[in-house]
Design a protein around this ligand. Structure first.
Ligand SMILES: Nc1nc2c(ncn2[C@@H]2O[C@H](COP(=O)(O)OP(=O)(O)OP(=O)(O)O)[C@@H](O)[C@H]2O)c(=O)[nH]1
Ligand SMILES: [Mg+2]
Length: 557
């Protein structure tokens, strides 16, 4: 099944088109029938000759009902963009297109309706030019009359083609399939419910895969307690986000206002907007919503008016509409000075689909289950049961654990060793198993460092090369951690000597004729060109040597 939403200005013939295509009535309410206008979302469906089923969500075109339109278009992957031949491009044509663009919807058909009332060619050219500039790009255009039926066979052909381009499943499988008997959570109320029966397009089913229109019979809740915007989620696969960091994709000169309406799927709520820097913003939601990282949300300023846009309607950015990608659904608080700017710089470099590594780097440590609930299922090897660690952070922790253990041994030489719980508290770790994993990482690091120091005992000024380092399994971060811990002297990323090598070198160089060249120093120290230059620079920094204008050096008195 594929789900397609209509879009287009009021009275341009969206509902009439669906009536003609499907034989079903999308305007369900008496008031809609009386006023001849769609107010709320309507549903209709049809089966193509291929057997493929298409479900349509009919949206209202009137500017007053744009929030309902957004609820209809929010969860769908494709649109039927309707423009009347005798109406042409109108304000809600532009507004709906801006919303589609902000949501990043990339599939659709342009349908110019009421073709029995006016020559459709002008409306087609006008609309195609606008649509081309949006996420829809070049779409097929079909002129139809819902009254005479002209053009409908061609439209059905275009829909078949469209269905062929749509992925049969969107969304991840675990989140996108519902089965009879499933136990789900209704959010935001977080009420457990059980799926007693399900139907799609009027027929019973045992299992449905999204995107689909589905009717569920639920145990555990009364239908009067249900409302649009609520969602059913699999326990553990989602979290309710109250704060999210987002990247806004269309920041106009003024940027979004401080209070904005957030549309997510069919849900909407208010949010406070805090711009962190560039296009990165932190949204604080009035009502928590089930959100995954990489979700697209639409931000709408209900106060923005058409007058702010170009009067000829040719602008492709609708005032007050912003698309955004969710980067983090549980962002750390911004307490330190400059934290907002730093967060903006970090997040701006993230991809639109943040990886586990991005989220873990931001946190140092993360529970695998939390990442799963954030929608990140592709996860690296845990460092301990249920825990993922950023490699730099982990190496730093290992070095700190080594230092804490050594300190404890010195303070209490007769004690049997540092208790795990004491180490956990000292390192502020959330789980004892992390301490145990660190303890086994720390001796491995210590053993490698010991071998390195043994190498250096023979040739103290010839830093081990990359091959030797990788043989010992020492990566840059390990060297950094060991240096922080005082176990090595780190001259550059990859050049390390034993601690105290600088002072020893200075003693030997004091025996040379002053001033001396780098070449003379290299020979005297039994060093290499690769090591001696950073070593001499290190001595300059320690003010043990002085570098002269001709690049020679002398030992300082
Ligand atoms: N002659 C003619 N009239 C049409 C055609 N399509 C729609 N209409 C008429 O145009 C008017 C508006 O049609 P609707 O289908 O209600 O328009 P809509 O886009 O659904 O309007 P909203 O839902 O309020 O946005 C109705 O009176 C329809 O009968 C067409 O192809 N030819
Ligand atoms: Mg309608």
């Amino acid at each position: 099944m594929h789900v397609i939403a209509t879009a287009g200005h009021v009275d341009h013939g969206k509902s009439a088109l669906l009536r003609a295509l499907t034989g079903m009535e999308p305007d369900r309410w008496a008031e809609e029938k009386r006023r001849g206008m769609t107010i709320d979302l309507g549903y209709a469906w049809m089966t193509l000759a291929s057997g493929e089923r298409l479900a349509f969500v009919d949206v209202p075109g009137h500017s007053r009902f744009v929030p309902n339109m957004l609820a209809g278009v929010g969860p769908v992957p494709a649109v039927l963009f309707v423009v009347a031949a005798d109406g042409g491009w109108m304000p809600q044509s532009a507004e709906h297109l801006a919303a589609i663009d902000a949501l990043g919807i990339s599939r659709g058909v342009l349908v110019v309706t009421r073709a029995d009332l006016a020559d459709p060619s002008r409306a087609i050219a006008q609309a195609a030019a606008q649509i081309r500039r949006s996420s829809l790009g070049d779409v097929r255009a079909v002129a139809v009359s819902a009254i005479t039926g002209a053009g409908l066979p061609e439209l059905i052909g275009a829909l078949g083609e469209l269905a062929g381009q749509l992925p049969p499943v969107t969304g991840t499988l675990p989140a996108g399939t519902v089965r009879r008997g499933d136990e789900l959570l209704l959010v935001p109320a977080v009420r457990p419910v059980k799926v007693r029966a399900l139907q799609a397009l009027g027929e019973n089913a045992t299992e449905l895969t999204g995107v689909a229109r589905a009717a569920l019979n639920l145990r555990g809740i009364d239908r009067t307690q249900l409302a649009r915007g609520m969602a059913l989620v699999q326990p553990g696969r989602w979290r309710l986000a109250r704060q999210v960091d987002v990247l806004i994709s269309q920041v106009s000169e003024n940027g979004p206002p401080r209070l904005i309406t957030v549309h997510v799927g069919s849900a909407r709520t208010q949010a406070k907007v805090r711009m962190l820097g560039g296009a990165v913003a932190r949204l604080t939601l009035r009502d928590p919503l089930p959100l995954h990282v990489a979700d697209r949300v639409l931000l709408r300023d209900p106060g923005a008016s058409r007058e702010q846009a170009d009067p000829d309607g040719s602008r492709d950015i609708w005032p007050g509409l912003f698309g955004a990608v969710v980067l983090d659904v549980d962002p750390p608080p911004l307490t330190r000075r400059g934290a907002a700017t730093a967060a903006a710089a970090e997040l701006a470099a993230w991809p639109n689909r943040p990886a586990a590594a991005d989220l873990v780097r931001r946190r140092g440590l993360a529970a695998a289950a939390d990442l799963t609930a954030m929608g990140v299922t592709d996860q690296p090897e845990p460092v301990a049961a249920g825990w993922l660690a950023d490699s730099d952070h982990w190496a730093g922790l290992a070095a700190r654990l080594g230092a804490i253990v050594a300190e404890h041994a010195e303070r209490e030489p007769l004690a049997p060793g540092l208790p795990v719980e004491a180490a956990r508290q000292a390192l502020r770790l959330p789980d004892r198993r992390l301490v145990l994993a660190l303890a086994s990482a720390a001796p491995a690091l210590a053993a490698s460092v010991a071998s390195l120091l043994a190498d250096l005992a023979d040739r103290p000024f010839d830093a081990p090369d990359a091959t030797r380092l990788s043989e010992l399994g020492l990566e840059k971060r390990d060297l950094a951690a060991a240096a922080r811990h005082g176990a090595l002297l780190r001259l550059t990323d990859q050049i390390v000597l034993a601690p105290g090598a600088g002072e020893r070198a200075a003693q030997i160089l004091a025996g040379l004729d002053q001033p001396f060249t780098a070449a003379a120093a290299r020979v005297a120290l039994g060093s290499t060109r690769r090591t001696v230059i950073p070593l001499l620079e290190h001595l300059d920094r320690l003010r043990l040597t002085q570098r002269l204008p001709d690049d020679r050096r002398r030992i300082r008195g």
